[in-house]
Design a protein around this ligand. Structure first.
Ligand SMILES: Nc1ncnc2c1ncn2[C@@H]1O[C@H](COP(=O)(O)OP(=O)(O)OP(=O)(O)O)[C@@H](O)[C@H]1O
Ligand SMILES: [Mg+2]
Length: 495
């Protein structure tokens, strides 16, 4: 890293209506620097980066690029000046080839005006090899590659478009451990080529590995900018939260024999992407299903909830065998709840928080006409419990930050607790505070004698809450472990 500033933002303020998303924020980026941006859900990280990348206009403040004031009018304008952003949600086209994705929106032409496939394939191949990914068949559809590769292709596309500054908004939140390692290696390669990277992440260990400097935002204000060498994960946590985090989970209770009945029984469940899956969940038990992206555990979770077709096997909940091809509504009625790993799926983004929370329960409220008051009363405690910010139940979900949308998806299931909760990536995209909130909510479900299934690619998550851990790899359960004296390394080795 050199001391030469590439970007200097000063006194940046951004409002959305009455909400002050950014309040007088300073931020600077140097040549060859990896600068991490951390903060709670809704702290303003994505908003600040959208201003930097020409997506939002700032209300106040100054933006200097190489010492000159600039007013960016669009993302294209930003890219022309060398600033590219890779978003929280990927924007690749799985049905197009790797090379086509690399050149998306700016195909190369021969002098005769024909699309120059040969040159595009060659450049895509060379660029991928240079960044540490040789032997990629760039003519294959991108959708055939793992998520991690799709992320790499976004990076290559942004670089080929001329970006010297790359903004990565939560790049690793959906990647497997091996893919995260490759992305970190890629970032090191980019650093050597004097590019500058802004790296947004909730994984503080990862931040401490990759970043040169770290800026902490809280409630739209800048709290600190620190050199990696002068800080620690613990200090970052307290700066992010503005208090010490209470990491102690509720105590684990012993359950009496008679309470030990089985709430969920899965027998020989087989579908196209998983095979012969059997396990049980007792009252007061948390079963963690751990696997890498593509292990089949997310589709298994969907199948248990009637949202993914399985070919054979049975699902029993609380002694009742579910019929073939049961629906999600049938599953809810008979005591199951499911929170998806994709925070946008299943949320009505244009609707308010409270409507999203009560949505799966309307048939219980016996709604003929909308009963706003009743729905508000029902939703409020759940919204408070997971700490959705802003707390206003009337706020539109689409305007919430990514992590807060996830909290709404969880709050849904706190109004009428079911017998068995199935949660895929319950803490994805959540800040440290929200993570420990959600983990302690899961622990409480357990102590209240519900059954819980936690499906995750994050070893930390299953280790923190599960009594029993099933490891899945390529559609099969490859290990069943009691969560005693286990650690991350053991789980990673079993994948
Ligand atoms: N387009 C918008 N309209 C209205 N409010 C918005 C909009 N975009 C963001 N906000 C609000 O601005 C605040 C900051 O949101 P932002 O997305 O920047 O948070 P974040 O730090 O990226 O959080 P996360 O970690 O959850 O992604 C939040 O309160 C959010 O609700
Ligand atoms: Mg964000």
């Amino acid at each position: 890293m050199t001391d030469r500033p590439v970007i200097e933002l000063s006194h940046i303020t951004k409002r959305f209506g009455n909400l002050v998303a950014l309040d007088n924020v300073d931020f600077d980026l140097r040549e060859g620097e990896i600068h991490a941006l951390v903060g709670e859900n809704g702290a303003g990280k994505s908003t600040l980066m959208r201003i930097l990348a020409g997506i939002y206009a700032k209300d106040e403040g100054q933006y200097l690029l190489h010492g000159e004031p600039v007013e960016l009018r669009s993302p294209r304008d930003a890219l022309n000046r060398g600033i590219g952003m890779i978003h929280q949600e990927l924007s690749v086209m799985p049905e197009l080839s790797v090379a086509e994705n690399v050149f998306l929106g700016r195909q190369l032409m021969t002098p005769l005006g024909i699309v120059d496939w040969r040159r595009m394939n060659q450049i895509a191949r060379d660029e991928l090899a240079r960044l540490g990914f040789p032997d990629i068949d760039v003519k294959q559809p991108l959708g055939r590659f793992a998520l991690g590769m799709q992320q790499v292709v976004e990076v290559v596309r942004t670089i080929i478009s001329g970006a010297r500054v790359l903004i990565m908004d939560e790049p690793t939140s959906a990647l497997s451990p091996a893919e995260i390692e490759r992305l970190i290696a890629l970032i090191d390669t980019l650093r050597e080529s004097k590019r500058s990277i802004i790296y947004i992440s909730h994984f503080l260990d990862e931040v401490m590995r990759v970043a040169d400097r770290i800026t902490v935002l809280r409630d739209g204000r800048k709290v600190a900018t620190l050199h990696k060498s002068e800080t620690s994960v613990d200090q970052l946590v307290s700066l992010i939260l503005g208090r010490e985090v209470n990491a102690t989970l509720p105590p684990t209770l012993d359950h009496a024999e008679e309470e030990e009945h089985t709430l969920l029984e899965v027998r020989n469940l087989t579908a196209d992407v998983f095979e012969d899956i059997s396990f049980t969940v007792r009252a007061g038990e948390v079963v963690g299903i751990y696997g890498a992206v593509g292990a089949g555990h997310f589709d298994l979770a969907r199948a248990l909830f009637g949202m993914y077709r399985f070919d054979s096997g049975t699902v029993r909940v609380n002694g009742k065998t579910f019929p073939r091809n049961f629906s999600a509504r049938y599953a809810i009625k008979h005591g199951l709840a499911y929170a998806t790993e994709s925070r946008r799926q299943g949320l009505l983004l244009q609707d308010s928080i409270y409507r999203n929370v009560t949505l799966p329960h309307l048939f219980r409220i016996g709604r003929v006409v909308p009963r706003q008051k009743q729905e508000l009363e029902l939703s409020r405690p759940a919204i408070h419990r997971v700490g959705v910010n802003p707390k206003d139940p009337l706020y539109t979900v689409g305007q919430l930050s990514g992590g807060n949308q996830q909290k709404v998806a969880i709050a849904r299931w706190l109004t009428f607790p079911p017998k068995v909760f199935i949660m895929s990536e319950p803490t994805r995209g959540m800040d440290v505070g929200a993570k420990s909130e959600v983990l302690s909510v899961l622990r409480e479900f357990r102590n209240d004698n519900y059954g819980v299934v936690v499906v995750s690619t994050e070893p930390e998550t299953v280790l923190a809450v599960a009594d029993t851990i099933l490891v899945m790899s390529r559609g099969k359960i490859v290990a069943r472990l009691k969560n005693e004296n286990l650690n991350k390394d053991v789980l990673l080795r079993l994948l």
